[in-house]
Ligand binder design. Structure first.
Ligand code: C2E
Ligand code: MG
Ligand code: MG
Length: 736
């Protein structure tokens, strides 16, 4: 499943989990809120009931006290003012009464604070006269200074009967009830007030907004006119003698719990209101909710953390997998899969897909070890990517195989770019101390870079075709000689069968002594007798087998066959002359070659002098280990010839460093006989070789003048058409 979709699913799962948690928390917090609300109501109710009991108790006490006093009054108190006042006076201070007073049935009153007044219209007087005890609502003292007061009154009876002789009253400052009304609960933040059912305020705490007001509903409607329904509901409930909880905005949200007082206090129904700022109660809720919110925040943070951690690890894993899938472990660059992906994005452009490997890389690995081989690959990779411009790509496919894409560039030709790479690659061997490192490259031009597989296939075909080319190390697909290519395939495919069925024939080209023109030795040259009976010359398959590594098998086959032939000629009693066998430079890279050849030689019980070994100059220049090999071959007793001297890398120093026995001058040098410079060159080469103690064999001698020139210079042996072409074994045997 693509990464993005997976991530999306995880994102939704995470979101759903978060939502479930948030809703669950929200749901439980609502439940907690409701529970707490109920608890608050319960608390308020309990507190309110306590308050009402206290209030009732207090009011009863005050009334009972007044009744007690009334009973102690002398008969006809109206006439015994002094006596009455003397009786009452001491209690004013003790019971914190502003004044006591007695009102006669006509409404004339005298008081302990020295006033006489007409109270005939007063409600408390009238109630008293009707035989009822009474407590007034909150009012201003109209006897003395303006002050909020409540008056308690009781009827005073004649001692002998039911006749009412007046009314005894006690005036309390409303503030006296503060202690009663300022409830202790809720840390002193709550307060109470006592009202009539109608809302008329009986007593109110001094700091309450109702202290100086007449009607609580009227006041509430004024203060909180957004809550008219709530206020009306409370009013209705009170009319029905119910208790309950209301909330009002009295300079901030407040709870009001209303509960009726015992009806025995007065004739009408009174209510005690306990008023508490909502904040006092919600503080507790807030605390709970603080923890709920904290918990929620922690859950969300943990969830988010878990999600991001998950996404991070998933991403890291994905990256690791991508690295494994798209990064080549050897070069740390792109691999083929990544290359193909990137090539898809090149759609619409055109350029060259180039396939390359390293010429005989297997040999570098064998000689220098895998680690060195890897080092070579890394250096080659670095060179390849150094030669990429901005929008070009490269990848290491595996082993020594690389692919790269060069975009069309009108300013530089493909051959120029290849030459630049070749130049740098050419310096690598010296830098890394390895045998020669050379690329061969197959190039395919395409305007469909997204079809990478097809392009790579064509580039590969071009690369295979280049193996047969001697002039350059790269080939364009368009230039492929398909006939040649197919022929090479046929030869490669037929090789094993040819070895098994002895289709390789050994021909012998005699070498003649310049002194007496007698045959002194011969060179074994291989030919392939095709199934149709035709002979395939070595130039058709030797370079091919040198490329693909089959040559070492063939060389060994030839060596074995020559040994067998010599053995046979020997046993036939012929005069056996030494025969030189060619060893391709590729074969030399196998360090076991000396042992193998020695073993073959021994198996035919042949003296080593019967076989000579020809090693080409280029091989000698390339491989520093050749010196050791030469020494080892010498130890066995082989005679060693430096073949093809004068071609390719001519190096006179080779003559000195390597302990060859014979120098074979290449035909290209011999061809120059007749021109002064060529002859001079030959002269010095021969003199130098002779001074180093080397024997000289001239190859490719076709003409008499060549022979004579070489004879003059005391060249030892001649090999060439002038004397003889390579001969089938039987013909050569006839010469012995
Ligand atoms: P080479 O080792 O330098 O062999 C000499 C080549 O020169 C032979 O070609 C020979 O026929 C040719 N030659 C000799 N005299 C003349 C001449 O007067 N004129 C001309 N035009 N050519 C002359 P051949 O047999 O075609 O072999 C070509 C090359 O193939 C050999 O060059 C050698 O490098 C390689 N070769 C042949 N047999 C073997 C083999 O068994 N193993 C390996 N590794 N290479 C082999
Ligand atoms: Mg040779
Ligand atoms: Mg040669």
């Amino acid at each position: 499943m693509p990464f993005k979709i997976k991530l999306k699913i995880h994102y939704y799962v995470m979101l759903a989990t978060a939502l479930i948690i948030i809703f669950a928390t929200r749901y439980s917090s609502v439940k907690i809120w409701d529970k707490l609300q109920l608890q608050i109501e319960d608390t308020l109710q309990i507190v309110s009931l306590q308050n009402s009991l206290t209030a009732e108790n207090e009011l009863h006490t005050k009334q009972d006290f007044l009744y007690g006093l009334a009973k102690q009054l002398p008969s006809n108190p109206a006439a015994k003012k002094d006596q009455v006042l003397r009786l009452l006076q001491p209690f004013t201070a003790i019971y914190n009464v502003k004044r006591f007073g007695f009102v006669d049935p006509n409404g004339h009153a005298y008081t302990t604070d020295g006033h006489d007044a007409d109270l005939s219209g007063q409600d408390f007087f009238e109630a008293g006269m009707q035989g009822r005890s009474y407590i007034t609502d909150i009012r201003e003292d109209d006897i003395t200074e303006a002050e909020q007061i409540n008056v308690f009154s009781v009827p005073v009876y004649h001692q002998n009967g039911n006749m009412i002789s007046g009314v005894l009253f006690a005036t309390y400052r409303t503030t006296t009830f503060n202690d009663l009304l300022d409830t202790e609960c809720f840390d002193g933040n709550g307060y109470s007030c006592i009202i009539k059912q109608s809302g008329r305020i009986i007593m109110a705490a001094r700091h309450s907004p109702f202290y100086k007001n007449k009607n609580i509903f009227y006041t509430l409607r004024n203060i909180d006119n957004d809550n008219l329904t709530g206020i009306s509901e409370m009013e209705t409930a009170m009319e029905q003698n119910k208790s309950g909880l209301a909330s009002c905005n009295i300079k901030g949200s407040h709870y009001i719990y209303y509960t009726p007082l015992a009806s025995s206090i007065t004739d009408s129904q009174w209510y005690l209101l306990t008023i508490v700022p909502a904040s006092v109660l919600t503080e507790r809720l807030d605390q709970v909710f603080f923890y709920v919110k904290l918990l929620l925040a922690i859950i969300v943070i943990v969830l988010l953390g878990a999600f991001f951690y998950y996404v991070y690890t998933y991403w890291a894993q994905k990256k690791q997998l991508t690295t494994l899938a798209y990064v080549d472990p050897l070069t740390n660059g792109d691999n083929y899969a990544s290359f193909k992906e990137k090539m898809k994005k090149k759609k619409g452009t055109s350029g060259y897909i180039i396939s390359t490997d390293i010429f005989e890389f297997r040999i570098i690995n064998n000689i220098c070890g895998v680690q060195k081989g890897n080092e070579v690959l890394q250096h080659v990779w670095q060179i390849i990517i150094r030669h990429l411009s901005e929008h070009e790509l490269a990848a290491h496919i595996h082993a020594d195989r690389f692919i790269f894409f060069w975009a069309d560039d009108p300013s530089t030709s493909i051959s120029e770019r290849i030459d630049q790479i070749n130049e740098e690659i050419g310096l690598l061997a010296a830098e890394l101390n390895t045998p020669r490192i050379q690329l061969y490259l197959g190039i395919y031009h395409t305007d469909k870079p997204e079809q990478t597989e097809e392009g790579y296939g064509c580039a590969n075909q071009a690369k295979h075709a280049v193996k047969t080319r001697m002039d350059k190390n790269y080939s364009l697909y368009e230039e492929i000689n398909f006939k040649q290519w197919l022929e090479n395939h046929r030869l490669e495919d037929g090789f094993e069968e040819a070895i098994q069925n002895h289709r390789f024939e050994i021909w012998y080209q005699p070498k003649y002594s310049t002194k007496d023109q007698n045959v002194v030795s011969a060179e074994a040259l291989v030919r392939w007798r095709d199934v149709d009976g035709n002979l395939i010359p070595p130039y058709k398959f030797i370079p091919l087998f040198e490329q693909n590594g089959m040559i070492s098998v063939l060389d060994e086959y030839v060596f074995d066959a020559v040994c067998a032939q010599q053995r046979q000629w020997q046993s036939e009693g012929r005069h056996v002359l030494p025969v030189s066998v060619n060893i391709s430079r590729s074969s030399l890279y196998y360090s076991t070659i000396v042992k193998k050849y020695a073993a073959i030689l021994n198996s035919y019980e042949l003296p080593a002098q019967n076989i000579q070994l020809e090693i080409t100059e280029s091989a000698a220049v390339d491989n520093s280990e050749i010196m050791t090999l030469i020494d080892q071959f010498h130890e066995i007793g082989f005679h060693l010839l430096l073949d093809d001297f004068g071609t390719g890398y001519s190096s006179l120093s080779t003559l000195n460093q390597m302990h060859f026995d014979t120098l074979k001058l290449d035909k290209s040098l011999i061809d120059h006989i007749g021109d002064t410079n060529g002859e001079k060159l030959l002269y010095y080469i021969i003199k130098l070789a002779q001074s180093l103690g080397l024997k000289i064999t001239a190859e490719g001698v076709e003409y008499k003048n060549q022979f004579e020139f070489l004879q003059q210079l005391a060249c030892d042996d001649i090999q060439g058409y002038y004397f003889s072409k390579p001969l089938p074994s039987a013909e050569y045997a006839a010469l012995l």
